[in-house]
Write a protein that binds this ligand. Structure first.
Ligand code: CP
Length: 321
């Protein structure tokens, strides 16, 4: 695997899930695979889970790890060609990428949507440059449009906790004070569409996800109706994806607090498990009662980030041979 950004990059999803369970049973089984290999983790944005779980995954595989926070100690990077660099940016991404790549074997990059241009974000302008100019395998640690390590961990968690062969999984929009990217819901939709689940998306009008990720998933605008009989409720805020009105891309269209996931909605589910990728704003996205309930999976879900990252890095190391 040279690039990891999509569920498609894993090939057979059942085999990938089996591999995840094998690694969970013995997470140091492939310690020799990463000997004398280096993972470089580059963060343009903040992180707690991705940073720690991906470092741990690399260490599980016997790798060395370098973590770089671009905005804390590195030179400020220009990302556009043709710019006269007379401002505060001292280095261009086109030099920085091959330099960084010369010190490592695998590169992970986190670079969120900038909301300056829908086209730039959805064309993955930053990550594509890493793929093109690094000459190294690149894995996405949350890009402008996708967060595949999170969705793989979410799927592993659903596999572990499902109580029926084909559970009903509901992705619900929930309110948030700031404009957030669509990476988590995009990937979650993509991965659920590929999994053996009954998948429903619910959100206020105007928040339709890009069809390349939403696919044929059922969209139900009535949140209570969507929650009926759900086995898993996955809450997330996202800003307007700009599908129907491109001029609204990245805007907050609603702060309707009736969408906050509470006991009121959970009461109509099939005693659903609650999921969220974290970090979460309590009593905006979800009430204290729901996130603290025994049916909440937010901690096991975060713990499975180590497992999803170990599988992905293992496959990338195998492809280096
Ligand atoms: N879920 C997730 O990616 O968390 P961090 O932003 O803390 O890495």
């Amino acid at each position: 695997m040279k690039v990891f950004r999509s569920v498609k990059d894993l090939g057979d999803l059942n085999l990938a899930l089996q591999e995840a369970m094998e690694i969970k049973a013995d997470r140091f089984k492939y310690q020799e695979l990463g000997k004398n290999k280096t993972a470089l983790l580059i963060f343009f944005n903040n992180s707690l889970r991705t940073r720690l779980s991906t470092q741990k995954a690399a260490m599980n595989l016997g790798m060395n790890v370098i973590v770089l926070d671009i905005n804390q100690g590195a030179w400020k990077l220009e990302t556009e060609r043709g710019v006269v660099m007379d401002g505060d940016k001292s280095e261009h991404l086109l030099e920085a990428i091959p330099v960084m790549a010369s010190y490592c074997d695998l590169i992970g990059v986190r670079s969120f949507a900038r909301f300056e241009s829908r086209e730039d974000d959805y064309n993955e302008k930053i990550l594509e440059q890493f793929i093109q100019y690094s000459g190294k395998p690149v894995f996405f640690m949350e890009s402008a449009t996708v967060h595949p390590l999170q969705s793989f961990a979410d799927l592993i968690t659903i596999e572990e906790y499902k109580e029926s062969k084909r559970p009903k999984v509901v992705l619900t929009w929930a309110p948030h004070p700031k404009a957030l990217p669509q990476a988590v819901p995009n990937s979650f939709a993509e991965w659920m569409n590929a999994a053996d689940v009954d998948f429903v998306i619910t959100h206020p009008e105007g928040y339709e996800l890009d069809p390349q990720f939403a696919g044929d998933a059922k969209v139900e605008y009535d949140q209570m109706k969507a929650f009926e009989g759900a086995d898993f409720v996955y809450a997330k805020n996202w800003s307007c994806p700009g599908v129907t009105r491109p001029e609204d891309y990245g805007k907050v269209l609603s702060q309707d607090m009736s969408w906050t996931v509470s006991e009121r909605q959970m009461a109509v589910t099939n005693n659903a498990h609650f999921m969220h990728c974290l970090p979460v704003r309590r009593n905006m996205i979800v009430t204290d009662d729901v996130i603290e309930s025994p049916r909440s999976l937010v901690i096991p879900e975060a713990a499975n980030r180590e497992i999803s990252a170990t599988v992905v890095l293992k496959r990338m190391l195998e492809a280096l041979k």
